[in-house]
Design a protein around this ligand. Sequence first.
Ligand SMILES: *Cc1c(COP(=O)(O)O)cnc(C)c1O
Length: 430
Amino acid sequence: MKLYNLKHSDEQVSFRQAVLRSIGRDSGLFYPTALPRFADVDALLAQPFVARSQTILDRLLGEDFDAGVIPALVERAFTFPAPVHAVSEKVSALELFHGPTLAFKDFGARFMAQVMAHLLERGDHQGPLTIVSATSGDTGAAVAHAFYGLPNIQVVILYPKGRISSLQEKLFCTLGGNIRTLAVDGDFDSCQALVKQCFTDREFVTRFGLNSANSINIARLIAQSTYYFEALAQLPQRDRVVISVPSGNFGNLTAGLFAQALGLPVHAFVASTNANDTVPRYLQSGIWNVRSTVPTLSNAMDVSAPNNWPRIEELFAHAQRSLSSELRHAAITEPETLAALRELDQLGYLAEPHAAVAYASLKRNLHDNETGLFLCTAHPAKFKEAVESTLNRQLPLPAALAEADRRPLLSHEVPATLAALQQQIAAAWQ
Ligand SMILES: *Cc1c(COP(=O)(O)O)cnc(C)c1O
């Protein structure tokens, strides 16, 4: 696969380069020069999940690697299923939370980590590789678990001390090994600012091989396309399928649109957001107007300037398709989210606020002769407080969380200064 920079189309890179660089000149996103259209989708859908994902990713990325490499990386990354659960006669849920950190980000982060470890091994990257990332919860956990135990890679994750839930903290700050977690004396913005500042010190970046491995990395998106195939493979009825994607930075929806471009017969997508509704307002009015971010129950989607949006614009422009008439959308309020959570519970399905947003938005956008699917991006236990207070009952803790909860915290407490961060990065290599 070849890719180009959306801001400077003359900057063309291989998939391997795009993964190692994450982002191009002037912070331009990398975008594939071409996506093939598979002629054998029915045969692909007949295969089991891992085998099918190996085939798809090998077709897209294989030319950049020795034979057999991509299938081996997929096998190591995709160690958990993505089951479809029927919720009502016409609506099903795709559960993407059966990985080690109980959220869909495990799929993309684990494949990206495997690719990076392989590139290091074959010498594409010289010297140390240090993943440095700031998190307000979910992303850090997925990245930490994805890279845990991989040779010659150190991971340093910053989070605001006392401002993430104790369960969230336990999930990624108890690993040890090559994972160093920093409880920063500050808020999430100061963590992010520190990481940014660290990346401007060119000499330091080169010495420790700093890489952000963040959600705009193309390896994550390409890997995520495979579970859309898995969803259709499991649906008993594949005619006129409409898929609702709970969206924040819009990486998940980009991956779904990639799958559709590859030939997956999805009738329509629904871009579903909470009150942070820049995209629904844009699709309605044609005006891109970013307002300040408001906190909601579905906090992983509290994003007002979604960083993957230029990729979606490019995809529609390429295909000469109309965004405003083809991409369905809705912004769901907090009361509507709670009502959807209760409605799902009455249908016998336990969800959490992100999936509830997707469900509410799907119902608003599903026509009579269509089949609906909504994405469940996190395990209900990850949003225990909100779910328990809405449904008035206690949730059991899944085994992975209960086990992490028993382990001691290994975080280092640091002030929000560049010197402290650089010292911690250096210490990770000693
Ligand atoms: C990250 C996240 C999202 C948003 O996904 P994007 O790809 O950023 O649109 C939705 N739900 C959960 C639980 C998440 O962690």
